[in-house]
Structures are given as structure tokens and as C-alpha cells.
Design a protein around this ligand. Structure first.
Ligand SMILES: [Zn+2]
Ligand SMILES: [Zn+2]
Length: 426
């Protein structure tokens, strides 16, 4: 029998590990589905993921993974040290549910209620974060079973409050980073996924570079001078000024920014002012959101919002104060990492099932990790094939529904991304 060299042996070994992850056994798949149903029936709002966090920490400990709890309130960080020297690779799942009352007819549908912004509301995993937690628990079990062969370490990041912390609280990925989730040890790369509807089951969608938008808020207060509605010349009408500002803001994206570079959106979502038909009020308040895909453009648009509001108000003898507050950053997939990741995803899902995603104007706080280390974020299709499109509930809908047969694709893709990254490192 021909003797194999060390390099050939290692290649064979790494090939074996990957091959094993390209299919997962039915027992683990059933476990992942059971975890998902349990979490789905017991959803918790952002910064309140106490039960979910305990479930995760107990599971990681049972696998012999070092665990840190209480990060950014309820976050859990686990470290699985492999038997061979190599890089640290991080994986992230978000754990929070939404203030949505579930309308799905499922045996494990949520009946949970909680307080949100001073009102009682139903709570539902309407964005599929229950699947993210279950998938990452499955990946942890899969990789812990191959601990001796692992070329490096895996950091498991279970994060609270991706949808935003309750008013007045800090939370989410930024707080996880602030509290050391990416330190001791520092990962070389981070991977994360989001289940997506209406992406069909079996499909994976990715994009190199900017994938999801930055999401910033603004507030503009227009001050005029109160007077009788029949005698506008006796004061300064902040409602007319506010109307001019709304239209003026729309010319930033359409007339002032180079639309061929990246899209951008400015939306005024609320206007409040006045209390009676024949009174011109003193003041109008407007709030809105800004979406961009480029950091320089983002800062430029912020400045233009302030200037537009102030200059239009001044032209009418009113005044405006515009404040813009930074929300989530652009979810930017590192180009080199994406190239490597796509090769893995094509092997796992089949080349025809891996498609390029359009840019998404929604935002993700996965971007906070990508600000510190290279990261890759992608979408896994979970739209059930038997639901007609008109009845389909997309993410955040009370009818959001997941095809659970796709959870194993989530487990296989994340686990394979880690293993391929490790084996490909020097
Ligand atoms: Zn969401
Ligand atoms: Zn989400």
C-alpha cells in the first residue's frame, strides 16, 4: 500500500470533516426543530431573553464549551477550542422576538404577552430569530463533536435585542462589542445568517460589499409664531414650512446625490403640530429615517438634511433645528471573505441555489461586528412552498412562517463556512 505524506493525510482529513458536515444526521435535525419550536412558543422581547439565554448557555456547557453569560444584558458567548492550532472564527445568532401578535395556526404558536412601550402586546418570533438560535445551537453540537479535528477555535455569539433595545436602554450587537464579545480571543472573521421570506426554500442569497443599509433617525423641530388661521400674516406658519421641508428633503436623494453610486432613502414618518382648524401653531415636529449604503454618502446626507431644514425655515422667517442620530451601520460583506464563502455555499446548497441578493434597504446590527472584523452575512430561504404568494407573511408579519426543513441548510452552511475557513487558513 502506498504511503501517504503528511500533507495528503491532512487534506484527506479536512475533506472528511467537510463531507460529514455536508449532510447532518436526522437526530440533530430533529433536535434543532424541537429547539426552534420551544423558543418559538416562548418568545422574549429585546434585553429580556432570559429563558432563551439560559437554554443556550446550558446547551453550550453540556457540550464542554466555555461560556460567558450576561454580556449586553442577556447575551451568551461560548468558546470551543479545537484540537489543532488555527484561527478563531465567530458565528452569531440574534435571540429577540418582536411585539407582534401571532396569527399562525400552529401547535407551537406563541400565546405570550408582554409590555412594550407602556402597552400590553403579543410577542412573536416574527423575524425568525428563533430559527437563528436553534441553528447555532445545532452548529455548536456538530462542531463540538469534531473538537479534536478542529483547526482553530469557534466563538459562538448569541446576541440580544437585534431589533433594537427598549426605549431608554442600550443593547444589541454594539453593546456586545463594547462588552468584549470580540475580545479574548479576537476572531479573524465572523459569519451570520438571516432566514428570509419571500426567498424560496432551498435558496441562499448573498452579496459582496454593501448588502443592507445604514439606518439613522432624524428629528426636525420647526418653530414659527402662533396666530389666527384666518390671519397668517400675523405670525409665521410652521406647518407650511414643514411641508416645504418634506419636499426639500426629497430633492437630496433625487437631485443632489449621485444616484449612480448607491441608492439612498429619506422618509419622514411622522409630523405633529397644531390642535385646531383655525389656529396656526407655534411649532411642528417631524421624525424620519435615512438609509444609505456608503459611509461618505451617509455623512453627506446628514449634513444636507440639517442644511435643507434650516435654510428653508429661514427663508420663511421660521427656524428649524434638525438632529440626526446614528443607528445601525451598513452591513458590509468583506469582499475577500465573500469570495471564499460563496465557494462553500455553492458546495453546500448547490451552485444553482446560490444567488446574488439585491441591496436590502432594511438594516442589521450584524454590521457592528463587521466594523471591527471582516464579516459575511447571508440569507437562507424559508418560504414554505405550499403557501400561495397572496397569503405569504414576510418577516415582521403576524403570519411569518418558516419551512423547518430548511433549518438543516442553516446548520450545514454555517458549520461548513467555519470548517472551510479554518482549513483554508495557513
Ligand atoms: Zn427583524
Ligand atoms: Zn431579524
Amino acid at each position: 500500500m502506498k504511503k501517504l505524506g503528511v500533507a495528503a493525510l491532512l487534506a484527506l482529513l479536512s475533506h472528511d470533516i467537510c463531507a460529514q458536515v455536508d449532510s447532518i444526521d436526522a437526530t440533530l435535525e430533529q433536535k434543532v426543530i424541537a429547539w426552534r419550536r420551544d423558543i418559538h412558543a416562548n418568545p422574549e422581547l429585546g434585553n429580556r431573553e432570559f429563558r432563551t439565554s439560559k437554554l443556550v448557555a446550558d446547551h453550550l456547557r453540556s457540550l464542554g464549551i466555555e461560556v460567558r453569560t450576561g454580556v449586553a444584558h442577556t447575551g451568551v458567548v461560548g468558546l470551543l477550542k479545537g484540537g489543532r492550532p488555527g484561527p478563531v472564527v465567530a458565528l452569531r445568532a440574534d435571540m429577540d422576538a418582536l411585539p407582534v401578535t401571532e396569527r399562525n395556526d400552529l401547535p407551537f404558536a406563541s400565546k405570550v404577552k408582554a409590555m412594550w412601550a407602556g402597552q400590553e402586546t403579543g410577542v412573536m418570533h416574527a423575524c425568525g430569530h428563533d430559527t437563528h438560535v436553534a441553528i447555532l445551537m445545532g452548529v455548536a453540537e456538530l462542531l463540538a463533536g469534531r473538537k479534536a479535528d478542529l483547526k482553530g477555535s469557534v466563538k459562538f455569539i448569541f446576541q440580544p435585542a437585534e431589533e433594537g433595545a427598549p426605549p431608554g436602554e442600550e443593547g444589541g450587537a454594539r453593546l456586545m462589542v463594547k462588552q468584549g464579545a470580540l475580545e479574548n480571543p479576537v476572531p479573524e472573521a465572523i459569519f451570520g445568517l438571516h432566514v428570509s421570506s419571500p426567498l424560496p426554500a432551498g435558496r441562499i442569497a448573498y452579496r459582496s460589499g454593501p448588502l443592507m443599509a445604514s439606518s439613522d433617525g432624524f428629528r426636525i423641530v420647526v418653530k414659527g409664531k402662533q396666530t389666527h388661521g384666518a390671519r397668517p400674516w400675523g405670525g409665521v406658519d410652521p406647518i407650511v414650512v414643514a411641508a416645504q421641508i418634506v419636499l426639500g428633503l426629497q430633492t437630496i436623494a433625487s437631485r443632489q446625490i449621485d444616484v449612480t453610486l448607491e441608492p439612498s432613502i429619506i422618509t419622514v414618518g411622522m409630523i405633529r403640530g397644531g390642535n385646531r382648524s383655525n389656529i396656526i401653531p407655534d411649532e411642528v415636529e417631524m421624525v424620519g429615517t435615512v438609509r444609505t449604503f456608503n459611509e461618505a454618502m451617509r455623512k453627506d446626507i446628514h449634513a444636507r438634511i440639517r442644511h435643507t431644514a434650516e435654510a428653508i425655515a429661514a427663508s420663511s422667517g421660521a427656524s428649524a433645528v434638525a438632529t440626526v442620530s446614528y443607528g445601525y451601520d451598513v452591513t458590509h460583506n468583506n469582499e475577500k471573505l465573500t469570495e471564499r464563502a460563496v465557494a462553500t455555499l455553492k458546495r453546500v446548497a448547490g451552485a444553482n441555489n446560490v444567488i446574488v441578493s439585491p441591496k436590502v434597504t432594511g438594516a442589521e446590527d450584524f454590521s457592528a461586528y463587521q466594523k471591527v472584523i471582516p464579516g459575511f452575512f447571508y440569507f437562507v430561504g424559508v418560504t414554505p412552498g405550499d403557501i400561495p404568494p397572496e397569503k405569504l407573511g414576510v418577516n415582521h408579519s403576524p403570519l411569518f412562517m418558516v419551512d423547518e426543513s430548511q433549518l438543516k441548510l442553516g446548520v450545514r452552511s454555517l458549520a461548513s463556512l467555519v470548517l472551510d475557513y479554518m482549513e483554508g487558513s495557513k
